[in-house]
Design a binder for this molecule. Structure first.
Ligand code: GLN
Length: 427
């Protein structure tokens, strides 16, 4: 059988190809010279499979797509408080290179606009790192997200530095507010090197998949940054990743995303997929025209909007019945699927409504494939309260979905492999 997803991607590229609106970034001469016809899209699954179509192996500079990853590294290296003290998390509603800082504090509004990203660059690595050490930490970190060693495009870097007046102005303003405490020019230099890291569409999809996979690179298995950092980064991407188009993006596409002026665009949908596209012509916000169209299409074709209600999981209580009769009768509550808070609430309600007259109760987890932490605590609390009410409770758990069950104060539970084992009256 021919694989389905590459065919789908090829068809999607074909549909957006005729759109030649927009212009490649003009303010960096080396980018203005890029081939505007390049076009690629790639999906990376959270278990490391990459599907691509078009120019997926053509390298280009990462530009602003480096911002969420550098933010992740700063949060991991310095902790949340020092980073949040210097860079906010509010959407700016302004262009990426706007010279705007929060009134009063001088803090950049968020890490996705240049003012925030320049500050974030200064916060990567250990305190008192040299400029060269900071750059090495950034390149090393971006490489860990991608799963291969990345390099800098020296020409793009030099070209941008020659015209970096605006970023220098921003950095000097940050320095005047003591948001930056290092040499402003050295920080812009490092930030520009960070933006000049070469990636392919395939790399970007893998980097996005690492965010979607709780910070673990799906191929190398490396935990690049801790989970709470990933949650912070994806939240900021969702609200600020597309600059002054962030609201349109959040409603129409609904995938945490980040664009770059070389034409790259990434999206990361937690637990599901990393997506990347590449097409150099940009709209007035600095986002890739064909990239935005592709994401709109992917989101609606595949139901990837983050606010879409997940297809109804099967009811968590599969059956509620009695085995045997008389004093040995066993009430069996058979659960199924993945159990989270909402599923556990159904279990609690079922027990309350049944108010089992039988002394012996079994909660059967044979068909449960995962139970999250809150659901585990709720099920154990059900066990504890049943014990206190005089019940003898069994947990049928052949695959140890719920290891070391401890129902706490006054609770008691017997773990068995199958319901038959629970029907044998305990000695
Ligand atoms: N290096 C670019 C700049 O700072 C990155 C901007 C972007 O990709 N939006 O201007």
């Amino acid at each position: 059988m021919r694989p389905i997803i590459p065919d789908y991607l090829t068809e999607a590229l074909g549909d957006v190809e005729p759109d030649s609106s927009g212009e490649p970034a003009a303010y960096i001469p080396e980018l203005a010279a890029a081939d505007p016809e390049r076009l690629a899209a790639a999906f990376a699954t959270v278990d490391g499979r990459v599907y691509g179509a078009g120019d997926v192996d053509v390298p280009f500079t990462i530009q602003s797509i480096s911002k969420p990853f550098a933010y992740a590294l700063a949060l991991a290296d310095r902790g949340f408080d020092p980073v949040l003290a210097k860079v906010g998390v509010e959407p700016s509603g302004e262009a990426f290179n706007e010279i705007s800082l929060e009134i009063g504090t001088g803090r950049p509004l968020n890490p996705m606009i240049n003012a925030g990203a320049i500050t974030v660059h200064s916060l990567v690595g250990a305190e008192n790192s040299s400029p060269a050490e900071r750059v090495e930490r950034v390149i090393h970190g971006l490489s860990a997200f991608a799963g291969r060693r990345l390099a800098v495009d020296e020409e793009v870097y030099a070209s941008e530095m020659e015209h970096a007046h605006r970023n220098l102005a921003i950095a000097h303003m940050l320095r005047s507010h003591d948001v930056l405490i290092e040499d402003a020019r050295a920080v812009v230099d490092g930030y520009t090197l960070q933006c000049s890291v070469l990636v392919t569409t395939r790399d970007l999809a893998m980097m996005a998949a690492t965010l979607a996979n709780r910070g673990v690179n799906p191929l190398s298995g490396e935990q690049v940054v801790p989970e709470p950092v990933v949650r912070q980064v994806l939240s900021v991407m969702f609200s600020c990743g597309m600059y002054d188009a962030a609201g349109d993006w959040a409603t129409q596409v609904g995938i945490p995303a980040k664009s770059g002026v070389a034409g790259g665009l990434i999206g990361a949908l937690p637990g599901r997929i990393g997506i990347a596209t590449f097409s150099p012509r940009l709209d007035r916000h600095g986002n890739s025209v064909r990239g935005v169209s592709l994401f709109e299409r992917f989101s609606s074709d595949m139901g990837l909007h983050a606010m879409e209600v997940p297809s109804a999981g099967r009811a968590s209580v599969r059956s509620n019945h009695v085995v045997g009769s008389g004093p040995d009768a066993l009430r069996v509550l058979e659960l199924q699927g993945g159990i989270d808070f909402a599923g556990a609430e159904r279990v609690v309600r079922e027990i309350l409504e049944t108010a089992p007259p039988e002394t012996r109760v079994a909660i059967d987890l044979t068909r449960v494939h995962v139970i999250d932490d809150v659901a585990r605590r709720m099920v154990l609390e059900v066990v504890r309260r049943l014990t206190l009410d005089g019940h003898e409770v069994h947990l049928v758990d052949p695959e140890t979905i719920l290891p070391d069950p401890d129902p706490g104060d006054g609770g008691r539970v017997t773990v068995v492999r199958d319901v038959d084992q629970a029907t044998l009256p305990s000695a």
